[in-house]
Structures are given as C-alpha cells and as structure tokens.
Design a protein around this ligand. Structure first.
Ligand SMILES: CC(C)(COP(=O)(O)OP(=O)(O)OC[C@H]1O[C@@H](n2cnc3c(N)ncnc32)[C@H](O)[C@@H]1OP(=O)(O)O)[C@@H](O)C(=O)NCCC(=O)NCCS
Length: 213
C-alpha cells in the first residue's frame, strides 16, 4: 500500500476501525500513519487468507499478536506499507521488510555494521550499482529474518548473527545462513530461502521460516 503520511496522520483512526494505544496516539505523525497503514495491509491480507474480519492485537515485545492459527509480518517505509500472512499449518514464521535502496557510498559506510567478513569480501567484488543492491538486500533480508524468527525464539539477535550465502537479483532469490544458534530448532548453519522484489525505489524482502520436519 502507498500512503500519504500527512493525510493518514490527520484522519481519525476510528474511521479505519483501528485502536491506537495512548502511546501511539501521542506519537509523531509519521509513526501513527505507518502503524495505521501497516494494520490496514495486515487486515486486508488476513481477510484474503481467512475470509473473516479478524482483529490484530499488539504484544509488548513488538510483533503484532496474529490471530490463532496464523502467522504474519508488517513493514513500512517512506509512504510504503506491506504485510504478509500465512496459515500456521504452512509455515512457522514470516518476515517481510521494505527498504529504500541504500546509495553505494552509504552502503560502503554501513557495511561494517550490517555485513560479516565474507559478505564484505563479496561486496568488494561488486560495482557501485550492484553494491547498493547487495547491501540493501542483506540489510532487508536480515530484518526479515529477525521478524520471522523472533516470535519463535523469543530472543533478539543482530546483523552479525546471519550471513547472505546466495544472491540472485535477476530471479529475486537469496539464501541466508544463521551464524549463531538461536534455539534447538534454529541452530547455527541453518539456511533459509529469501525472496526479493523491486518496487520503484524500494526493495521488499520476505522470509518464510519452515515448520519443523
Ligand atoms: C524490529 C525491527 C526488525 C523492525 O524493522 P524496521 O525496519 O525498523 O521497521 P519495519 O517498518 O520494517 O517493521 C516494523 C514492524 O515490525 C514488526 N515488529 C516489531 N518488532 C518485532 C519483533 N520483535 N518481531 C517481529 N516483528 C516485529 C511490527 O509489526 C512493526 O510495525 P508496527 O509496530 O507498526 O506493527 C528493527 O527495528 C530491529 O529491531 N532490528 C534489529 C534486529 C535485527 O534486525 N537483527 C538482524 C538479525 S540478522
């Protein structure tokens, strides 16, 4: 969904039948608009999945409280919001993330914070256009990974705890490997497939965490 921050922020959220906590009601326009836009996307996606009007709650730890039997994820960035949902019988967790493309010079500056050594060696082989795409993808996929796994492992982990091991921008595919053991189901070495879509000036990535075999 594309949205206008100023317009969405000034509209009474009850028009959209979305409850805002006291904290959100007093938050900045940008945050309020992003929250509402994300919830609208999630509601539509849940309706498409379940054919029911279901309400989405909020947890203290950050992720939305998805209705029983479903998993999902929300992202928002610069007037763009998106949500992905699935049945819990299909996947254990979902993570979606949208990032505006990071310009090459900034990508190189941010590399030490976002990339591990093998990724930085990979980055050094790329021209500036590919470098921007690579760092944006790695950043976004790692955020998607975090959103997919946090509700399952209930612990925070960071950019150096995972590593991009395959990247095929022409086909919108990638693979990411855990470098740290997060739980018995999510040990170091575990690889997950990632999906990448280009949307104007944004990249949108998605990770679906498979159910245990
Ligand atoms: C939580 C985090 C991933 C959100 O990403 P972001 O790019 O800042 O923001 P986005 O708009 O894409 O996503 C925000 C949405 O993520 C969801 N979210 C927040 N915390 C979450 C969590 N712990 N787990 C899953 N989803 C979460 C929420 O739906 C939130 O939107 P809402 O509050 O309006 O409902 C990010 O702030 C963060 O903490 N990153 C550090 C951890 C990390 O990425 N590690 C990399 C591991 S390899």
């Amino acid at each position: 969904m594309r949205f206008d921050t100023a317009l969405l922020a000034e509209t009474d959220p009850s028009v959209y039948r979305i409850d805002l906590s006291e904290r959100l009601l007093s938050s900045a326009d940008k945050r309020r608009a992003e929250y509402v836009a994300g919830r609208l996307c999630a509601r539509q996606a849940l309706h498409d999945l379940t054919h029911e009007a279901v309400a989405l709650g909020q947890t203290a730890a950050g992720p939305p409280a998805w209705p029983a039997g479903t998993v999902g994820s929300i992202t928002h960035s610069r007037g763009l919001a998106a949500a992905a949902v699935a049945s819990q019988t299909s996947v254990a967790g979902l993570g979606i993330d949208a990032e505006a493309r990071i310009p090459a010079a900034r990508a190189h500056r941010l590399a030490p914070q976002i990339l591990v050594e093998s990724e930085r060696e990979w980055l050094a082989t790329l021209d500036s256009g590919a470098a921007s795409e690579f760092v944006t993808t790695a950043f976004s996929l790692k955020e998607s990974l975090f959103k997919a796994l946090f509700p399952l492992v209930q612990r925070r982990f960071y950019f150096h705890d995972a590593c991009l091991v395959a990247w095929d921008p022409d086909h919108g595919s990638a693979a990411i490997e855990l470098l740290t053991t997060l739980s018995s189901h999510w040990p170091a070495g575990r690889r997950l497939a990632g999906h990448i879509a280009a949307l104007d000036d944004h990249l949108v990535t998605l990770i679906a965490a498979p159910r245990p075999a």
